[in-house]
Design a protein around this ligand. Sequence first.
Ligand SMILES: [Fe+2]
Ligand SMILES: [Fe+2]
Length: 139
Amino acid sequence: MSLDDGKIIKLMNEGLEMEYASYIQYVTQAAITSGPYAEGLMGRFEEIASDEAEHAKLLRQRIVALGGVPTTKVGEIQIHKDSLQAVKINLKYERDTVTFYRKLLNLIPHDEVILYEAIEHILQDSQEHVEELERLVGK
Ligand SMILES: [Fe+2]
Ligand SMILES: [Fe+2]
């Protein structure tokens, strides 16, 4: 299996758009959320947002290393003031992210270790975010 750099760069830029969108989504929701457990959620949303910012940084670095240009586009953002609705929106987003990174990881040869581990790390965080949000909404 050889690495198709052009295809990988394109997909990583799609991932980068999603990371930017989820970062904005989480920090905005942290600022405006109200309703059950709002206080605890505000802090947690801020923390998850820093994971998303880190994912974006990893993607930018790997895109450049492959000879690509990191996108400045931002994916679709959905915001809800109600805390439970916000969690549901984020859960949907995280699930889509997991599906996306699973596919991407399957395209990367294991011996491309820096790239492989970067995407694996992002996938692992995304799976952790899914698990946590599922617990918050009772699945
Ligand atoms: Fe992320
Ligand atoms: Fe996430």
